[in-house]
Design a protein around this ligand. Structure first.
Ligand code: HEC
Length: 136
């Protein structure tokens, strides 16, 4: 509960800073290229499996730290315990610094400071539903 509230407060703060330029403005084709940097640890698509990180099918709208069959770090699982879902806004914030966002130790060690990079990769991920079907 407390963690979820924190995430929402963070998203509101970010909105104030960046003036609401979100992944809707992202380029999925560029994001597909960007995703190659995630691909060592994550998959999307029809046959996506968990690697070092969980599969990311349907990540926009998926409850944080909730996918079946993946052993999340404690802090990540706790953040989703109240049902908080990933939005494009929260993903924008998360990818800057997962450990800071989670407010505990994240098992995802990467940081992606480039705003356009994040916007594009999120626009790409947003095309996949929970079954891994990609929207045209
Ligand atoms: C070195 C491996 C690695 C790389 C590279 C990596 N991740 Fe992760 N990611 C992880 C791990 C491990 C977790 C689980 C974190 C935890 O349980 O604390 C995770 C979690 C996530 C989550 C939360 C998933 C959920 O179900 O709540 C998202 C979203 C995510 N990563 C997106 C990305 C994106 C986008 C990229 C590339 C820009 C990326 N990651 C690159 C390892 C990685």
């Amino acid at each position: 509960m407390v963690m979820g509230m924190r995430a929402v407060a963070g998203a509101v703060a970010l909105l104030a800073v960046s003036g609401g330029a979100w992944a809707q403005d992202g380029d999925p084709a560029a994001g597909e290229q960007n995703f190659m940097q995630c691909g060592a640890c994550h998959q999307v698509g029809a046959n996506a499996m968990h690697l070092v990180g969980p599969d990311l099918n349907g990540i926009v709208g998926r409850v944080i730290g909730s996918v079946e069959g993946f052993a999340y770090g404690e802090a990540t699982a706790a953040m989703g315990a109240d049902g908080t879902e990933w939005t494009e806004e929260l993903l924008m914030e998360y990818l800057v610094n997962p450990t800071e966002f989670i407010g505990g130790s994240s098992r995802m060690p990467m940081m992606y400071p480039d705003e356009q990079f994040r916007r594009d990769v999120i626009a790409y991920l947003a095309q996949f539903d929970a079954e891994g079907n990609r929207a045209e």
